[in-house]
Write a new protein. Structure first.
Length: 338
């Protein structure tokens, strides 16, 4: 029922930067600790010395056909932006666009139940929201959380010598493309849903670690797009080692069979000027680097002597494929992949 799915529906990074660049900055109060200046994951507004509000919204069209799974994935994805700031969610509001004359009421109800189940799993309510009659199904959340201002983690602040740690395997966009073409079997589908509904709860603990200098999550712009945002905000470059990237099972083979999203190509067009690929990075591997991740993993830049501690935080919370994937280097802005 949709032209695209999940975070693959995002506006391409280059186009989004141009839109924001031409926007008037508007009111910027002193208490607004994080706004749109670096394209961060959420806004943060300080209440007092020990409390700040984290607020974000995220919504998209379905990446799967099962309505409950769609709702759960969309809710997980929206809440991830709170965790990516080092915060803890407090409550959510539902954002719903539904073709009322096309979808049965029972299907709409299952979408909402999927989102409610994710929120219930961390003990927060969906306290309201807004619903419209739309051409395509859309679901997501406004997520509101809190964070100690001393523990805010931004996509800015990465330093040369920092190690990059990725919390989830890559390949959700590839799996989504395969599902749309009816080329994804049941075991791969289960793996996709398991990854996309795993809440990025380690973000709160990483926020309290001084050795973690920058934090973001990898979603619709792919690994390269979100890493470049971190590098751009931090005035640094980065190096990645492809062979250590955590991947979903058989994802390379699926790309070789043509399971590539249009968003992957748009992402590459937006970032290619700032990326240097080694001789071993063929078009298949390149497509994975820009694959849009719906509800993807946290990407942390931390001191080299804290890597084991950071990985331990991920492992303790069930992120068994978390891995160190590269390092931050001194500028200019460029990501090198070997």
């Amino acid at each position: 029922m949709t032209h695209g799915g999940g975070c693959g529906c995002k506006v391409a990074p280059a186009a989004l930067r141009e839109i924001i660049r031409r926007s008037h900055p508007g009111i910027i109060p002193d208490k607004l600790l994080v706004g749109i200046e670096t394209g961060d994951d959420a806004a943060v507004y300080q209440i007092n010395d020990g409390q700040a509000i984290v607020a974000t919204t995220d919504f998209f069209t379905p990446i799967v056909d099962d309505p409950h799974d769609f709702g759960a994935i969309a809710a997980t994805n929206a809440l991830s932006d709170v965790y990516a700031m080092g915060g803890i969610p407090l409550f959510a509001l539902a954002v719903v666009g539904i073709p009322v004359d096309t979808l049965p009421m029972a299907t709409i109800r299952r979408i909402l139940e999927g989102g409610e189940a994710i929120c219930a799993s961390i003990g927060i309510p969906i306290a309201g929201g807004h619903t419209i009659d739309a051409v395509e199904p859309i679901y997501g959340l406004v997520a509101v959380g809190q964070v100690d201002p001393r523990h805010i983690k931004r996509n800015a602040g990465a330093r040369p010598g920092d190690v990059l740690v990725l919390g989830k395997p890559l390949g959700v966009g590839v799996y989504g493309a395969a599902l749309k073409r009816q080329r994804l079997d049941a075991s791969h589908y289960r793996a996709m849903v398991a990854v996309a509904t795993q809440l990025n709860t380690p973000g709160a603990a990483l926020g309290r670690m001084d050795a973690v200098h920058a934090l973001t999550d990898v979603t619709g712009f792919g690994l390269l797009g979100h890493l470049l945002s971190m590098c751009r905000a931090s005035a640094v470059g980065a190096r990645l080692t492809f062979d250590v990237l955590p991947l979903l099972p058989d994802v390379i083979e699926l790309i070789g069979a043509g399971m590539i999203t249009g968003a992957s190509n748009r992402n590459w067009s937006s970032c290619r000027v700032d990326v240097k690929l080694g001789d071993g990075i063929d078009p298949i591997r390149r497509a994975l680097l820009t694959d849009p991740q719906t509800s993807g993993g946290l990407l942390a830049a931390c001191e080299a002597n804290a890597v084991e501690q950071v990985l331990g935080v991920f492992y303790e919370e069930g992120f068994v494929q978390a891995a160190a994937i590269g390092e931050i280097v001194a500028g200019p802005l460029q990501v090198t992949v070997n």
